[in-house]
Write a protein that binds this ligand. Structure first.
Ligand code: GDP
Length: 336
C-alpha cells in the first residue's frame, strides 16, 4: 500500500507535515497560528490530513498551559470577566488565548461567544489571542476542533487557555472535559444556584463565581452562603478540593486577583496529590474514545448497505413491525 492510500499511516503524516506552519507556530507567529487553526477547522479531507500532521509535530510542545473553562448563562458577564481576567494575567507577564465552544454558532451562522468586539482591550493586546467558536454540525465536532486548537495555542506559548461556553445544554460537560479547572459564573439571585444544580452543572464546577456583586453586595453574600450549603449536598470530585465560592465584580475589576489565586491553588493542590495529571490523562483517553465513537458512527452511516436499508428499517421500528434491537443488530452486521 502506498502512502497516499492510507492517510492514517505514520508515513502519510510525515509526508503531510507543513514545516513552515509548525516552525511558525513554535516561533509564536500569529499568521501561522491562525492558518493552522483554519486548517483544523476545515472539513476538506486533504486539510484534515495536513492538520493532523501539524498537530502531531506540535504535540511535544503542548501541555504547559493552564486550561480554564468559563461558563454561565448569557448576560452573567462572561465576556466582561474574561476581558478583565485576561488583562490581569497579561499584567502579570502571561500570554492568554481565549477560545469558545458554542454549538449554536453553526445554526446562527455566526458566533456569539469569543466575539472580539466583546473583549475590546484584550483583543487589541498582542499578548492575547481570541478565536471564536468553530462552526460544525455537532457539539462533538465543535469540541474536537476546540481541543485541537487549544493544543496549537499551547505550542505557540500561551500560558493560559480560557475556553468559554454558554450555560445551556451539553456544552459545559464538553468544556469541563477539556479544561483543568471549570468555573461557573452565577448571578447573585436566589434560586439561580438551584437551577444549576438541577441541570447538573454545579457538580462539574471546580470553582463558583458570583459576578455583579457590586449591584447588591448583601445579595451576593446571601447567594454565596446558599450555594455553599447546596454544594454540601453534592459529592466532592476530589477529597483534596472543596469547591470555593467567591464573589466578584467583573465590571469594577474587583476580585479578579482572588479568582486567579484560587485557580493557582487548585493547580498546586491537585498537582501535589497527582490528580491534576491524572485528570489530563483521563481526558485524553476520553477524547480518544469520543473520536472512536464518532468515527464508527460515521463509517456505519456511510456504509452502502446501511444507507440502503436504514430508511425502511427505521420506519419498521417506528411502526412496531420490528424491534429496535433486531434492526440495530441487522444493520451492525453489515460492518463485519
Ligand atoms: P455574557 O453574555 O455572559 O458574556 O455577559 P456580558 O459580559 O456581555 O455582560 C452582560 C451585561 O452585564 C453587560 O451590560 C455588562 O456590562 C454587565 N456586567 C458584567 N459584569 C458586571 C458586573 O460585575 N457588575 C455589573 N453591574 N454589571 C456587569
Amino acid at each position: 500500500m502506498t502512502v497516499s492510500e492510507n492517510p492514517f499511516s505514520q508515513a502519510a503524516l510525515n509526508e503531510a507535515i507543513d514545516h513552515e506552519l509548525v516552525d511558525g507556530v513554535l516561533a509564536r507567529k500569529l499568521r501561522p497560528l491562525a492558518k493552522t487553526i483554519t486548517l483544523i477547522e476545515s472539513q476538506r479531507e486533504d486539510h484534515k490530513l495536513r492538520a493532523r500532521a501539524v498537530l502531531e509535530a506540535l504535540l511535544p510542545h503542548t501541555g504547559k498551559a493552564i486550561r480554564v473553562g468559563i461558563s454561565g448563562v448569557p448576560g452573567v458577564g462572561k465576556s466582561t470577566f474574561i476581558e478583565c481576567l485576561g488583562m490581569y494575567l497579561i499584567e502579570q507577564g502571561m500570554r492568554v488565548a481565549v477560545l469558545a465552544v458554542d454549538p449554536s454558532s453553526s445554526v446562527s451562522g455566526g458566533s456569539i461567544l469569543g466575539d472580539k468586539t466583546r473583549m475590546e482591550h484584550l483583543s487589541q493586546n498582542p499578548a492575547a489571542y481570541i478565536r471564536p467558536s468553530p462552526s460544525a454540525c455537532s457539539l462533538g465536532g465543535v469540541a474536537e476542533k476546540t481541543r485541537e486548537t487549544m493544543l496549537v495555542c499551547e505550542a505557540a506559548g500561551y500560558d493560559v487557555i480560557i475556553v468559554e461556553t454558554v450555560g445551556v445544554g451539553q456544552s459545559e460537560t464538553a468544556v469541563a472535559g477539556m479544561t483543568d479547572i471549570f468555573c461557573l459564573l452565577q448571578l447573585p439571585n436566589a434560586g439561580d444556584d438551584l437551577q444549576a444544580i438541577k441541570k447538573g452543572i454545579m457538580e462539574i464546577a471546580d470553582l463558583i463565581v458570583i459576578n455583579k456583586a457590586d449591584i447588591d453586595p448583601a445579595a451576593a453574600m446571601r447567594a454565596k452562603s446558599q450555594i455553599k450549603t447546596a454544594l454540601h449536598m453534592l459529592r466532592p470530585m476530589s477529597q483534596n478540593w472543596t469547591v470555593p465560592v467567591i464573589t466578584l465584580s467583573a465590571l469594577k475589576r474587583e476580585g479578579v486577583a482572588e479568582f486567579w489565586e484560587q485557580v493557582v491553588r487548585y493547580r498546586d493542590t491537585l498537582s501535589r496529590s497527582g490528580e491534576f495529571e491524572a485528570k489530563r490523562r483521563h481526558q485524553a483517553l476520553a477524547w480518544m474514545w469520543d473520536m472512536i465513537d464518532a468515527g464508527l458512527r460515521s463509517r456505519f452511516r456511510s456504509h452502502p448497505r446501511v444507507k440502503g436499508e436504514l430508511p425502511q428499517l427505521a420506519s419498521a421500528v417506528e411502526q412496531g413491525a420490528t424491534t429496535p434491537s433486531a434492526a440495530a443488530l441487522r444493520l451492525l452486521g453489515y460492518l463485519n
